[in-house]
Design a protein around this ligand. Sequence first.
Ligand SMILES: [Zn+2]
Length: 256
Amino acid sequence: MNNPHARLVDTILVAADYAARRYGLPDDLRAAIGALKTDYLVRRGLSMDTIAGDFKFSLGDDLATIEGEYHERISGAMADYMDSSRSITAFKNEFRRIVNDGFNYTAVAGWVDGGANGPMSDDLQAWVNGQIDREVEFVADLFAQLRDLRRDPEKTDEDRGSFIDARADGYAGALIGIYNYAKMEAQKNQNGQWVLGNTEEHCGTCADLDGQIHPVQWFLDHGYIPGQRGSQTLDCGGWHCDCSIINPETGEQLVP
Ligand SMILES: [Zn+2]
């Protein structure tokens, strides 16, 4: 991230959310965190409307809630851009903030659900930061497509709506890979067994992995993350991967 102050505040807010998930916080502390969040958003030059949107991520959210809110915020940003004459820069900055929030909240959820104690490891935080950079790398392309749609007189509101919805589906689909990776990091020293999902067709990689037992760290080292969309290591790219990793002794599901 370009702004170290913003990154620090992001980290503090994520840590506060982590504490709330893990231990629960008294009301006055929650209120203080809320006030810090407002101040932070105002300093970043967001409108009150955007602030209302930003508040949708809240303390202690589970993955499904984060996915829903992320989808809503991403589509909201695209729709805002389509309906207004917002600058490219404002749009790109907002998009980056949403991805930053969504990925960090998701990773915290995976880390905590994986039973980790303490804040995210430096390795995990560095990996999440890299994923954020990758996700926003092609935002200029999204921007160009939105601009074309806005200008094209042949396109109806419905066309625009379904484009936005499909793109938001794609972006929200990335969160499961972040969640699974963080959850695996939290359990990396334990043994895991790959189990094929319910999808009708399995790619060669997943079929080969089926039944294999290794320390979870081994799957991480090889980049085998169940359900990771855009995976470079799964033949299928992970787009329809519904596989999981279980504890081979107890059968308990480790991820997702
Ligand atoms: Zn699979």
